[in-house]
Design a protein around this ligand. Structure first.
Ligand SMILES: [Zn+2]
Length: 177
């Protein structure tokens, strides 16, 4: 059994999928397909199965993932999964690959700046639930960072997560009595 990759290695970009795929060697290797706009992220499956994953980044071509390239590191939102084959499911967050369900115990979250937490709290409404993606868009944050900030605010009793249909969405807790 191969050791799963814990990092994504973005090797470059190409105009066509074949050229992008030719750059990939090791599990976790990735390349962008870009023709005037970003089309897709091509990735050698990080679990070591040898398959190639295609993550669509172009909303005109259907359901699209969001790619962030900040501080030289790559993040992708939402998580990436394969419906068939090896069924890999993982999060790409500042070059780290965080596995969902399998290989989880080796997960190590990337550096995170808690200075965003007061901003996230301020952007959070007290009268309704909003999801981390909306907060991230408003504050120009990577969604995974916004999600971590929200979980930490919940742990400190400054926000709460919804239940049922509002699960995964958050609301500011008002402490005025
Ligand atoms: Zn795989």
């Amino acid at each position: 059994m191969t050791t799963p990759a814990r990092n994504i290695q973005l090797l470059g970009s190409a105009s066509y999928r074949d050229e992008a795929e030719a750059m990939l060697a090791a599990p976790g290797d990735a390349a962008l397909v870009e023709r005037s706009v970003l089309r897709s992220l091509i990735m050698r499956c990080p679990d070591g199965c040898g398959e190639t994953l295609v993550v669509n980044l172009d909303p005109r071509a259907g359901k699209a993932w969001r790619l962030y390239q900040r501080g030289g590191a790559v993040s992708v939102y939402p998580s990436v999964w394969r419906d068939g084959g090896c069924e890999s499911h993982f999060v790409i967050w500042k070059d780290r690959i965080l596995w969902c369900e399998i290989f989880e115990e080796g997960n190590e979250e990337p550096d995170y700046d808690p200075a965003i937490e007061p901003l996230v709290l301020e952007a959070l409404p007290a009268d309704r639930f909003v999801d981390p993606a909306s907060i991230a868009l408003e504050l120009d944050l990577i969604v995974w960072d916004a999600g971590k900030a929200l979980r930490r605010l919940v742990a400190r009793g400054e926000a709460r997560e919804g239940v049922g249909a509002a699960k995964g969405a958050f609301q500011r807790l008002s402490h005025d009595v």
